[in-house]
Design a protein around this ligand. Sequence first.
Ligand SMILES: [Zn+2]
Length: 278
Amino acid sequence: MRVAVVLSSAVWFMAAAAVAELPRLEHSGDGSLAVLVVGDWGRKGAYNQTQVATQMGVTAEAVKIDFVISTGDNFYDDGLTGVDDPNFYHSFADIYTAPSLQKQWYNVLGNHDYRGNVEAQLSTTLQEKDPRWLCIRSFILDTKLAEFFFVDTTPFSDKYFTDPEDHVYDWSGLLPDRATYLSNLLADLDSALRSSKARWKIVVGHHTIKSAGHHGNTVELEAQLLPILEAHDVDLYVNGHDHCLEHISSSRTKLSFSPVGQGRKRGKVTLAHGIPRR
Ligand SMILES: [Zn+2]
């Protein structure tokens, strides 16, 4: 049964991480939840972004969403140039204007975002421009019904480092170095998932783990992230990157995969992910 509840306001706050280094946020609710998930969208309204945004507003109104999740590739082609980049308005604030979409957005970064000024998207200055905006590399969002674990997947992919083609990536925040950054992230995620008592554990990232789409599986995430998700009974991995809508399940594990990288370009799409009660 899917139950949708509209909160009068999105209430969240930063709190000291109880068991891990990952920032922990809370989104209050009454034990039911409806979430809209979108990825791969910031095209200044082009490539059908505006049409998808309009339908998102219709869907969000129908199911009374609590908040929106973005799986990254928030601004094409090369992220934001800085906190004053007008693309923030042209691709986000002035696009998702439906009253039903005036909810908190919880965002992670995609590979295209790493081609711009990463710190700009992470900056609280953008929250001052539009209070819906919240982007953190990796964090935990705790609701009464489900716990969401947002994971920064772009730094896992070797090709961005070994074969960046003509792109320039902003790796300045991967401190002290990439290997340590990734090992710390995996250790923190492992710890947080192990201690989670949530009825539903949902992991959100940009890149695919499993996908039948153009990009296919991400081998680095299959090797490093997937074992942690399976070990801790994660219910769902939600991602973007592949511009299609999929739901992949297996008889071997309860974990299923749901790429939703459909925030623009192609036409017919359903983006709402209702979370049934157990
Ligand atoms: Zn991508």
